[in-house]
Ligand binder design. Structure first.
Ligand code: ZN
Length: 379
C-alpha cells in the first residue's frame, strides 16, 4: 500500500508524457534499484494528444449532454458539427471486452459527420481508442445520457444535434519503460505493469495496484530460475494512449533480434477490485489451463477464470509479436477510468491475494516453459 499511496496521493495523476508520469518513473526506478535489481531506462518519444476544453453534445431543445473526446480523434472546431442523431449499432471499442452503443450525427446527405459512444457505466470518461486511424470527431457520453439518446432516437422523432469537441493539442511527448532484472538468464518470462493513468483519475486500481504487485513479485520470486529461464520485470510507460510503451519495447526486442529470449509475458493490470480474477491469455501452452492448475494448488477466496486473448492491456503488444501472453486482472471495476478510482477501495488483504495468485501463476508457467523446452529437445 505504501507504493500505491505514493503513486496515488503524493504524485497523483500520472498521464503519459506528463510530469506525474515522469515523477512516477523516477520513484519506481529508485524502488526497483533498492530492491537489488538492475534497471535499464528505455526512453521513447511518442505522439501525444490532449484536449484543451471539454466536449459537449447540444440537443437544441433540451439540456446539453456532457461529453469527453475519444483520444486521438479530430476536433470539430469551436462551432462544432451539426447533424441528425441516429443509432449506429454497437461499436467494439476493445473487441471481446468493451462494446459500446454508438450514435452518429448525419448530414442532410446521410453521411456520418461525428460519432458518439456510450460509456459502459456512470459518467462520461476517457475510454481507450484502439483504432486511432479513424478520423471522425468522436466523443464518449455517460450511461444515463446514452439511455436518453436511445429513447429519443427510438421514439422516431427527428433529433437535430450539434457536437462540439474543441481544440486538442498534438505533439511529441517523452515517456520510458523501466526494464529490471535480478539476474540475467538466457531466456525470460516478462512480467509487465503500466504506471501511467488516464486524465481525471489517479489510477489506484488502474494501475498502481499492478505496479505494487510487480514490485512485490520482483522481490519474492525475482531470482527464481528453471533451466535457462528466469524473470524480467518491465514497468511500462504510456499504456493508456494505447500500449505505446509495451509496443516500443517489443519493437526494440525485434530490432535487436532478441524476441525469442522472451518465452512468455504476464501483464498485471487492475488486480485489486472485483468479484473474480481473470486470466486473459493466448491460446495453447503455456497459459491454457493455468487457472485450473493454480486454483487447485491453494484455496483462493475468489474464482479464477480464463478467457482468450484480448487487446485490453500491455500483454497484447507481446501477443501481437507471437509471444504467448496473459493479463492477470480482477473484474469488474465500475470505477475504471473515473475519478472514483481511489486507493480507499482496497487494502493489503486484496494485494496479498493478488500476490499469491500471481506468484503461483508465474511459477506454474516457469515450470511449464522449462518442461516444454526439455521435451522439445529430447524429441
Ligand atoms: Zn490499465
Amino acid at each position: 500500500m505504501e507504493t500505491i499511496n505514493h503513486l496515488v496521493r503524493t504524485i497523483g495523476e500520472r498521464v503519459a508524457g506528463g510530469p506525474g508520469e515522469h515523477a512516477a518513473a523516477k520513484y519506481l526506478t529508485q524502488r526497483l534499484t533498492s530492491a537489488g535489481l538492475d534497471v535499464d531506462l528505455e526512453r521513447f518519444t511518442f505522439r501525444g494528444w490532449r484536449t484543451l476544453a471539454p466536449a459537449s453534445l447540444d440537443l437544441h431543445d433540451s439540456e446539453p449532454v456532457a461529453a469527453v473526446a475519444l483520444p486521438y480523434t479530430p476536433a470539430t472546431g469551436p462551432h462544432g458539427v451539426s447533424g441528425r442523431l441516429a443509432r449506429a449499432g454497437d461499436w467494439p471499442l476493445i473487441p471481446r471486452r468493451l462494446v459500446c452503443t454508438r450514435f452518429t450525427l448525419r448530414d442532410t446527405g446521410g453521411n456520418a459527420v461525428a460519432a458518439i459512444l456510450v460509456s459502459p457505466a456512470g459518467e462520461a470518461r476517457p475510454l481507450p481508442n484502439t483504432q486511432p486511424l479513424l478520423s471522425q470527431p468522436t466523443v464518449v457520453v455517460g450511461a444515463s445520457d446514452g439511455e436518453r439518446l436511445a429513447r429519443l432516437t427510438d421514439s422516431g422523432a427527428d433529433v437535430d444535434a450539434r457536437l462540439v469537441s474543441p481544440m486538442a493539442w498534438e505533439g511529441p511527448l517523452q515517456s520510458a519503460n523501466l526494464v529490471a532484472e535480478a539476474g540475467r538468464t538466457a531466456r525470460a518470462i516478462a512480467v509487465t505493469a503500466h504506471y501511467d493513468c488516464v486524465t481525471g483519475s489517479t489510477g489506484a486500481n488502474d494501475n498502481a495496484s499492478g505496479v505494487a504487485l510487480l514490485l512485490r513479485l520482483a522481490q519474492q520470486i525475482g531470482l527464481e530460475t528453471r533451466g535457462d529461464i528466469g524473470f524480467c520485470f518491465i514497468l511500462c510507460g504510456a499504456e493508456e494512449p494505447f500500449l505505446v510503451g509495451s509496443r516500443k519495447h517489443v519493437a526494440e526486442l525485434a530490432a535487436e533480434g532478441a524476441l525469442s529470449r522472451i518465452v512468455a509475458c504476464l501483464n498485471l493490470d487492475m488486480v485489486a477490485v472485483g468479484e473474480r480474477f481473470s486470466i486473459r491469455r493466448s491460446h495453447g501452452p503455456p497459459w491454457e489451463g493455468t487457472a485450473e492448475a493454480i486454483s487447485n494448488s491453494f484455496g483462493s477466496t475468489l474464482p479464477i477464470g480464463e478467457t482468450g486473448p484480448m487487446p485490453s492491456s500491455d500483454q497484447w503488444a507481446f501477443h501481437e509479436a507471437g509471444i504467448p501472453s496473459a493479463q492477470l486482472t480482477r473484474e469488474p471495476d465500475p470505477a475504471w477510468h473515473s475519478p472514483e478510482d481511489v486507493s480507499e477501495r482496497f487494502g493489503a488483504e486484496e494485494l496479498d491475494e493478488a500476490e499469491q495468485i500471481a506468484a503461483a501463476l508465474l511459477l506454474e508457467t516457469l515450470a511449464r516453459c522449462a518442461d516444454g523446452r526439455r521435451r522439445r529437445r529430447t524429441r
